[in-house]
Design a protein around this ligand. Structure first.
Ligand SMILES: C[S@@+](CC[C@H](N)C(=O)[O-])C[C@H]1O[C@@H](n2cnc3c(N)ncnc32)[C@H](O)[C@@H]1O
Length: 253
């Protein structure tokens, strides 16, 4: 398919080969990246001088469109998949030296089964209060409760006061919980653990949904409060796939 793209001239200088995009989820890589970036600009007030941390940056889906926005600020992306980080470092950083990428060797059943570090006590590779925005896109759904708590705590640590943690997640309120019971959501999430739901007990980190109030109480423990009501995605109201996740914006006190 990569060869086919090349033959058909379907290459964008910053578009990673399909083999690097395949673990990122469904959808158009460039289009989805631009939509998320537009949301960050319009709703979070992200501007050219901001410093952005992208936890679980994958193959640079957000980084690529951010190169047009963060012309004076900086970007740090980290991920657990070495070849994705290699590609971003080789392709994006030489053109945009204010964009850096770091591989972190965290163990994760699906993405990095040989990894040695743990998400539950991992320290983000960043100083305290160094960022205006911490993005967790498509990441919380792969984190178990203790891991999710550590990632919110670390996001709070690296954010400046007033900085924003921007996350996508499967968020469950009472209406979505009723849809789960009726089988009317894009992922079945039939395994109800109270604060969270898993889609598959044998492969729990494939997809985890969290009760909104649980995420908010964990966030509050670490000085993050909800800035606005979440923007709902489609996953909780329809069985159609691909489905979008909910968008959550938390603010650092
Ligand atoms: C669905 S992809 C999303 C990638 C990227 N954020 C995007 O929007 O294109 C999930 C990403 O999270 C990464 N990931 C999973 N667990 C992680 C962890 N504990 N720490 C950092 N990254 C992780 C995976 O390697 C993968 O790149």
């Amino acid at each position: 398919m990569d060869l086919w793209d090349r033959v058909r001239g379907r290459e964008h200088p910053l578009l990673p080969p399909r083999r690097y995009r395949r673990f990122i989820g469904n959808g158009d890589f460039l289009k989805v990246g631009r939509e998320i970036t537009a949301y960050m600009r319009d709703e979070l007030g992200m501007g050219p001088g901001h410093d952005v941390l992208d936890a679980g940056c994958g193959a640079g889906r957000i980084a690529v469109p951010l190169t047009d926005v963060l012309t004076e600020g900086s970007y740090l992306g980290f991920d657990i998949v070495p070849h994705a980080i290699d590609w971003c470092g080789r392709t994006i950083t030489p053109r945009h030296p204010n964009f850096r990428f770091e591989h972190v060797d965290i163990h994760q059943e699906i993405y990095n089964p040989e990894g040695t570090l743990s998400s539950a006590d991992f320290r983000f590779p960043a100083e305290d209060a160094a960022f205006d925005i911490a993005a967790l896109i498509g990441l919380i759904s792969h984190l178990r409760p203790a891991e999710m708590e550590n990632y919110l705590a670390e996001s709070a640590r690296v954010l400046r006061p007033g900085g924003q943690c921007f996350a996508t997640a499967y968020l469950v309120d009472d209406a979505v919980a009723a849809n789960i019971v009726r089988g009317e959501t894009a992922f079945s999430f039939t395994h109800d653990h109270g604060d969270y739901y898993v889609h598959s007990e044998t492969e729990p980190t494939y997809a985890i949904a969290y009760r909104l109030e649980h995420i908010l109480s964990v966030a509050a423990r670490h000085g993050l409060r909800m800035r606005r009501d979440p923007s709902p995605g489609t996953w909780g109201v329809s069985t159609r796939r691909p489905a979008s996740m909910d968008l959550l914006v938390l603010e650092r006190a």
